[in-house]
Design a protein around this ligand. Sequence first.
Ligand code: FAD
Length: 298
Amino acid sequence: MDISKLFDHKKIIYSLEIFPPKKDTPYNVIYNTLLKMRGLPVDFISVTYGAGGSKAQREKTIEIASLILSTYHTEPVAHLTCVNSDREEVHAELELLKANGVQNIMVLRGDISPDVPPKEDFKHASDLAEFIKDFDPSFNLLGACYPEGHYQAESLEQDIENLKIKIEHGVTHLVTQLFFDNNKFYEFLEKTEKAGIHVPIEAGIMPITSLRQIERTVALSGASVPARLSRLFSRYGENPRALFDAGIYYATEQIMDLIDHNVRGIHLYTMNSVETATRISDSIQNVIEAENNPINAA
Ligand code: FAD
């Protein structure tokens, strides 16, 4: 199913993001994760792609996306990066996605690693979008966006101008980088709207539930951390269960505020945690249901 059609009849969509098992993690870990996530009320599950990984590692994305569709009967979105691929490799992946019935692709450039020189065929996600649409226009394309600007863009305004190229080449729906300050997202929406971007933008939310995440993810994403969130880190950083609860609480509040501001979608970065996905989904599912079916809200 082309998930862009969901926006025709839903006010707000809800999705999860997972990653394929790392090199030494047994497959049954991800099978169990998906089995437990199966009952959650989601519109799609997206599967990340290791830009710098081996061919076998990268093919796991397609394998898992295909499993989500065939076994769990949920719509998958396969992420696909292009920075380390040539046309032949992307062509082969598209054939595989098509053969497996995966119709939705998140087109990405991928991060440029200092150790792996980028290949020449695709410079930007927009080049990948153009290539895919030429290959088969029935693929539905999603793309990434950055409420606080991509780290290589000279300004947020320039980054937004560049986003328009992705959309011109067939991206129908954007998903944001994680953010913790909703005001940054609202300002971004205003700017994209003014720049003439009218595709739905899903808000990417990552509950911070462990010290490790604070150290790695928060630092790497470059997302600004509001004082209230920092206070939760310092207050509960030494108490893993309390930090988990506080992280879920903060993310749930963020989501409720986004829904109140009529966001078109919530994309939850689950980090493959069933507990995170379940706790957030449980606390927002009736609200999303009421937004989509106001007649049932009472
Ligand atoms: P691009 O859209 O190509 O943008 C990169 C930079 O180039 C930006 O500064 C932009 O302003 C500029 N630019 C864009 N288009 C043009 C153009 N046509 N001309 C000139 N300049 C241009 N990484 C992974 O490896 N695997 C994943 O599965 C993955 N999933 C992600 C999912 C989401 C929702 C997000 C937000 C990010 C994800 N990433 C993933 C990270 C992503 O690969 C990096 O952030 C990467 O640095 C940029 O990718 P992009 O697709 O946004 O690149």
